[in-house]
Design a protein around this ligand. Sequence first.
Ligand SMILES: Cc1cc2nc3c(=O)[nH]c(=O)nc-3n(C[C@H](O)[C@H](O)[C@H](O)COP(=O)(O)OP(=O)(O)OC[C@H]3O[C@@H](n4cnc5c(N)ncnc54)[C@H](O)[C@@H]3O)c2cc1C
Length: 499
Amino acid sequence: MLRQFVRRIHYSQRFYEAQVELTSVRYAGVKRGNYAQLSEKHVQQFERILPKERVLTDPSDVQSYNVDWLRMVRGASQVVLRPKTTEEVSAILQYCNEECLAVCPQGGNTGLVGGSVPVFDEVILSTSLMNNIIGLDELSGVLTCQAGCVLENLETYLSERGFMMPLDLGAKGTCQIGGNVSTNAGGIRLIRYGSLQGSILGVEAVKADGEVIDCLNSLKKDNTGYHLKHLFIGSEGTLGIVTKIAVHCPPSPKAVNVAFLGLEKFEDVLQTFQNARRDLGEILSSCEMMDRLSLDAAVTNLKLKQPIGDFPFYMLIETSGSNGIHDEEKLTSFLDNSLETGVVLDGTVASEPSKIKMFWSLREGVTEGLLQDGYVFKYDISLPHANFYSIVPELQARLSLNQVKRVCGYGHVGDGNLHLNITVPQYDSEVMKIVEPFVFEWTSKLKGSVSAEHGIGFKKTQYIHFSKSQSSLNLMTNIKQLMDPKGILNPYKVLPADH
Ligand SMILES: Cc1cc2nc3c(=O)[nH]c(=O)nc-3n(C[C@H](O)[C@H](O)[C@H](O)COP(=O)(O)OP(=O)(O)OC[C@H]3O[C@@H](n4cnc5c(N)ncnc54)[C@H](O)[C@@H]3O)c2cc1C
C-alpha cells in the first residue's frame, strides 16, 4: 500500500510543481529536522486511532492541504489526519511524539504567513471535523465550542440568539476559531472589542506529548496563578493544539451604519480617524482605509461595484449601537462636519444590511483581488499613525513598474495596522531582494511590529528579532523546550532557526 501511495505522490508533485514551487526548493536554506519519515507502520497506527476514512493518504486528497491560501508555500506531507475529538487529538500527538513524527496543525488554512502548511513532510492534523458548538450561556454571553468551528457559522449561531462574535475578518467563511485563537487574529472590529487575548476566556489544548491542558474557563475574572491560556493564544500551533475555546460574546447591536468615504490625502485619513474617535465615541466599531490601487484590486479583479467616484484614498467607518436614531444623528453630524471642512471629499452611508454587505465586500475583497494579479508579497505591519502610510510611496519609488503590477496599502488604520502589498505576475526573487529586509528594517526603525495580526508563521521567522528582544526570544525558546522537547509541533515556524 505504501509503495502505491508513494508512486501517486510523485505524480501529484509533478502536477502541483507547475503551480506552486515546493517550500524546500524555494527556501533551500531551511534544513529538515531529524524527524522520522512516515512509514506504513505509522499509517496503520493512525488507522487504529481514527476510522480509515479520516486518515487521508491519497495524494489527490492530500494535495490541497499542502498548499497555503496565498499559493506561496507548498509542503510535501503524505498524510492528513482528521480527528473529531480531543481524545483523538491526544492519542495522535502521543503517538507522533513517541515516534518523533513532526506535526503541522491546520484549521481553515487561510493564514497568510505560511504557518498552516508543512514545510517538508510533516503530518497534517486538520481540525475541520472538530466543529461542534458546545453551548451558549445567554446570561454571561459565553460561547463554548470546538476549535474547528468556522467563524461565520459561529456568527450565524450567535446572531440567531441576539449575540455576535467579538471578531470579524475577510476569511470568516473559511477560517476556524481554533486558527483565529492560534494566530491571535485581529480583524475589522478590534478597535471596538479589543484583541482575542481579552475575549477568549478559556482554552483547552493538547500538548505535544498528548497531555490535555484544561484551561477551559468561562469566567470573566480569574486570577489564580499564571494565565496559561495565553500560551496558546497566538503561538501558531507551536506549543499545543487548541481543541476547545470559551469566548465572551457581546450582544448584537440594534443599529449598524457604514459610511464609505473618498479622500484626497493620507493626512485627511488620519484627521478623519481622529474626528471619528472624538465625535462617534462609543459607537465607532470599525475604521478601515484603502488606497486607490487597493480598492481597484477588488473592483477590477473581482468585478465589484464602486459606490463613489475615484479618489486617492477611501475609508469605511462603521458605527454600531443600541439606539438607531441616536447613532444616525451622531454619524450625520460627523459626516456633515467632515464634508464642510473638506477633509472628506465625498461619501455615502448605508444602514440596510444588503448595502452594508456590499460596502464590506469591497474592503474584504481586496486581499482576494490582489491575489488575482499573480503573486503577492504581503506585509502586515504595525506603525505609529504619523508614519502609517509613508512606506507605500517609498516602495513605489524603489520598484519600477516593469518589475511589479502594483504597490498598495490598506488596513485597520484605527489600530495602526497597515497591510502593505506588492503584486507581481509570478514570484520574483529580484523584487524580494528589494523589499526584504527593507520593510522590516523600516518598521523596526519606527518601533513598529513586523507582524501586527497575521503572526510569524514560516515566512517571518528570520525577522522576528526586529520586534522581539533577545531575552524574549530566549524565554520563548525555553517555553517551547519545556512544552515540546522533541520539537514536533509545527517545526520551522515562529522561532528563528538558530533557536
Ligand atoms: C481574505 C483574508 C482576509 C484576512 N483578514 C484577516 C484579518 O483581518 N485579520 C487577521 O488577523 N487575519 C486575517 N487573515 C488571516 C487568517 O484568516 C487568520 O490568520 C486566521 O485567524 C487563520 O485561521 P485559520 O483557521 O485559517 O488557520 P490556519 O491558516 O489553518 O492556521 C494558522 C496558524 O494557526 C495554526 N493552527 C490552526 N488551527 C490550530 C489549532 N486548532 N491549534 C493550534 N494551532 C492551530 C496553524 O498551524 C498555523 O500556524 C485573512 C486571511 C484572508 C485569506
